[in-house]
Design a protein around this ligand. Structure first.
Ligand SMILES: NC(=O)c1ccc[n+]([C@@H]2O[C@H](COP(=O)([O-])OP(=O)(O)OC[C@H]3O[C@@H](n4cnc5c(N)ncnc54)[C@H](OP(=O)(O)O)[C@@H]3O)[C@@H](O)[C@H]2O)c1
Length: 235
């Protein structure tokens, strides 16, 4: 069973379709659902609302291998933080970190310790390097890296032997998120030209390439660490 947040488009949709094409069952969690496939089922949830995330529940999966991928993410408004509504950081943290953490906690509480369980948070290079006008996003993705490392440590201590928690940066990917970045005014985002150049010089990964690389990492490579970049994975 593969549980993925944010399957309506972009990277999450490509990951979901990759698993469905391989015959896996997928549960997508999100506000919108665009996949029509017999193996796909949906849980409707706006992940920016903690009360709605709390209501999520899963079927019995005791005898299945379970993969949870927290892919849903938002950049938030791109501008200097001093100009933003202070609530902006709360929303970005909620979608990018807290919603995934709350779903992971439900799964850890539900699944027996012997279940084969892999958890992937989609992180970002922006969690490693500051990017002006992305303060909330950078903070949320940096938090994802250390959250995943801590959960891995905790579950080892708790005797969950068949578990891996991964924080995986996908690279720069040709999705709506990148289109929104390129649409920002230079006065709000000093590095906008760098992102336009990525697109114009065809440097963006396709979501399908990212889905393939993620599958290779999660299923075909020895998992010896928690924090990975798909830039380091060749297909
Ligand atoms: N694209 C890149 O270059 C890049 C680089 C590094 C990391 N990432 C990360 O990769 C992940 C996927 O990004 P993407 O590029 O595929 O972005 P995207 O095309 O904007 O898709 C984002 C997905 O998240 C969902 N989502 C957003 N807000 C939500 C909410 N409140 N409740 C439920 N679902 C919500 C969206 O669904 P709706 O239909 O509901 O909006 C959509 O399915 C994100 O975590 C992002 O930070 C992307």
């Amino acid at each position: 069973m593969v549980i993925i947040t944010g399957t309506s488009r972009g990277i999450g949709k490509a990951i979901a379709e990759n698993y469905l094409n391989l015959g896996e069952k997928v549960i997508g969690i999100g506000r919108n659902h665009t996949i029509s496939h017999p193996g796909y089922s949906s849980i409707h949830c706006d992940l920016s609302n903690p009360g709605l995330v709390e209501l999520i529940s899963f079927p019995d999966m005791d005898n299945e291998k379970v993969i949870f991928i927290h892919n849903a993410g938002i950049l938030g408004k791109v501008d200097y933080f001093e100009k933003l509504d202070p609530q902006e950081i709360a929303k970005v943290m909620q979608v990018n970190l807290f919603a995934g953490a709350a779903i992971l906690q439900k799964l850890l509480q539900q699944l027996p310790k012997t279940t084969s369980f892999k958890c992937v948070f989609i992180s970002s290079g922006a969690g490693k390097t500051p990017i002006a006008s992305w303060a909330s996003y950078c903070a949320s993705k940096a938090a994802v890296d250390l959250f995943c490392q801590t959960i891995q440590l905790e579950e080892q201590q708790l005797g969950r032997t068949n578990f891996h928690c991964l924080s995986v940066a996908p690279g720069v990917v040709d999705t709506d998120m990148q289109a929104a970045i390129r649409d920002t005014k230079q006065t709000s985002f000093s590095e906008v030209d760098r992102f336009k150049e990525y697109k114009h010089s065809n440097q963006l990964y396709s979501p399908e390439l990212v889905a393939g690389k993620l599958f290779k990492l999660v299923h075909e490579m020895p998992l010896e660490q928690v924090v990975y970049s798909l830039r380091d994975i060749d297909l």
